[in-house]
Design a protein around this ligand. Structure first.
Ligand code: SF4
Ligand code: SF4
Length: 151
């Protein structure tokens, strides 16, 4: 992208605070991992991932179905850029925002590097084919959906 005449920015490598909002959005690979329901053991604070995904997630399209108004629709939904730096360690390890915050390179499958989603699909990064919607699960059943790995 060209800025102010000749200034170019590489979204994949630029510090997060140098990105415009539009550039920031391009870093997201839409994996859906941050939209999985997580459970916390209140005694140990241990976090467990489930294969249950937020009710607003459109499994067919592999995208949030309420992105512009996500905060209003789902009070627990976190707008990463508006949150403090402590959020990054809570994001999935493959998340571009977590990686770039820690000054790590994007994975070789990231669509910004490959220009398409083929490698990302091969690496099984998308969760949409392996999840169930929160809409179809009773809250008491969430524990039955704990997964060992983030999938
Ligand atoms: S985990 Fe990160 S890269 Fe994946 S959808 Fe969430 S914000 Fe985007
Ligand atoms: S509201 Fe959208 S972005 Fe937020 S957790 Fe749900 S599906 Fe994900």
């Amino acid at each position: 992208m060209v800025r102010g005449g000749n200034e170019m920015i590489n979204i994949a490598t630029a510090p997060l605070d140098r990105l415009s909002d539009a550039e920031w959005e391009k870093l997201c690979d839409h994996c859906g991992r941050c939209c999985l329901i997580k459970l916390e053991n209140e005694q140990t604070s241990e976090i467990f991932y489930t294969n249950v995904i937020c009710r607003q997630y459109d499994i067919e399209k592999g995208l949030c179905g309420a992105y512009p108004e996500r905060k209003e629709r789902v009070p627990g939904c976190i707008v990463i850029r508006q949150f403090g730096n402590e959020i990054y360690s809570q994001l999935p390890e493959t998340c571009a925002y977590r990686l770039r915050y820690n000054n790590k390179p994007l994975p070789e499958w990231h669509p910004l590097l490959t220009g398409n989603t083929k490698k990302m699909q091969q690496a099984m990064i998308y969760v949409s084919e392996r999840v169930v919607s929160e809409q179809s699960i009773h809250e008491e059943q969430f524990e039955d959906h704990i997964v060992d790995d983030i999938m």
